[in-house]
Design a protein. Structure first.
Length: 376
């Protein structure tokens, strides 16, 4: 594919694919295990694959969201493990969004080198137990005490939470009228009063760990504020959610390609008759996945351009809907070719469905808003 891909992009994708094939796909049972593979994570950091979006002067590769998304696809397509792709992707998005883009040189000096090489892992803490991530229901507070803030509350559903060494915590720091004001803080994992809660057990996306933290009188200096104090929810949550959705297109496409390749391999190995229906279905699936790749690259390029694009949300909505509609087409190949699939294929399917359905309600709200604007 030639769209927007430079020679450097192609070489990076090849490097990630080779790493994933040698280190991830070769890991027996990795897609179903609960234990996080720190040996693979450490090697990813050593090879620079955890700092793709970090500045070169701090040990990163100097890429943008385009390169992060491209590598997310390559890891899953070649490695066959969507959960590890998610862990890598979220670490990179948090690193770029909170430590590169704000341009805070002190934060870069303190954390970016270690984030880029994987010495420390970061997690984003917004959601709360029983409350979700809606600002109306969040209760974690940060009260000013001299030059510091005292944080109290509990966060949950943090991707990489159980293995994270520092957290970006969203907390209430005041109000304006009837609207609460939020601020985001860098909170190192060894901060007094911070403790990790019991890891969550999810039936899909293994071995990516999810968990929470408890904050009890955690003292954090005001220098640890990220972005602008009081405006964190508006600056962070909607934008980060859209970036996350766009970046997840890569691993989803990688998983679709992985499943497709498995089926094509079984058709060839079992010498199944290639009927006209099978040929037509195979060609249709290939065309759809290639269009998905074009959309994923375009969405990432839109983010990197730092300009508003009215088509961006439409890409996210369309991709989510069509990715779900593509899954039955893949199962149709299984049916008409009478193929027996294994447990790994089934787990990839579960990971795909789970990933696409994450935050589905928030995506539908965007769809409704888009319609409202047109009908107003």
């Amino acid at each position: 594919m030639a769209i927007l891909l430079t020679e450097d992009n192609i070489l990076l994708g090849q490097k990630v694919s080779a790493f994933a094939q040698d280190n991830i796909a070769a890991g027996s049972g990795l897609i179903t295990q609960d234990t996080f593979p720190f040996d693979i994570w450490k090697e990813m950091g050593r090879q620079g694959l955890l700092g793709i979006g970090a500045d070169r002067e701090f040990g990163g590769l100097g890429g943008g969201y385009f390169e992060i998304g491209l590598c997310g696809k390559a890891i899953v397509e070649a490695g066959h493990v969507m959960g590890l792709g998610l862990s890598c992707l979220m670490h990179q998005i948090v690193t770029r969004f909170f430590f590169v883009e704000p341009g805070n040189e002190k934060h870069k000096e303190l954390y970016l080198r270690d984030l880029a090489c994987g010495k420390i892992t970061a997690g984003l803490a917004i959601s709360e137990p029983g409350r979700g991530a809606h600002p109306k229901y969040l209760e974690t507070t940060a009260l000013r005490d001299g030059r510091d803030y005292i944080l109290n509350g509990e966060k949950t559903y943090i991707t990489n939470g159980p293995i994270a060494d520092l957290f970006i915590v969203l907390a209430i720091t005041g109000s304006k009228g009837d609207k609460r004001r939020f601020t985001a803080f860098i909170v190192p994992g060894d901060t007094t009063g911070l403790s990790k809660t019991k890891p969550m057990t999810l039936p899909f996306l293994k071995p990516c760990p999810h968990g929470g933290i408890s904050l009890k009188d955690c003292r954090v200096p005001s220098e640890n504020i990220v972005w602008e104090a009081g405006n964190a929810y508006e600056e962070i949550s909607p934008a980060f959610r859209e970036i996350e959705d766009a970046m997840m297109m890569g691993p989803i496409i990688g998983a679709l390609r992985c499943r497709f390749k498995i089926l094509l391999g079984l058709v060839r190995d079992e010498r199944i008759e290639t009927t006209k229906e099978l040929k037509g279905l195979t060609g249709e699936i290939q065309a759809i996945i290639q269009v998905f790749e074009i959309l994923a690259y375009e969405a990432a390029a839109m983010i990197d351009s730092r300009a508003g694009h009215e088509e961006f949300v439409s890409i996210l909505i369309y991709f989510r809907q069509e990715a779900l509609r593509l899954l039955p087409r893949l199962e149709r190949i299984v049916s008409i070719a009478d193929i027996r699939t294994d447990g790994m294929y089934g787990q990839i399917t579960d990971d795909l469905v789970g990933s696409i359905k994450i935050a589905a309600n928030a995506a539908y709200i965007k769809q409704v808003r888009l319609g409202e604007a047109l009908l107003a």
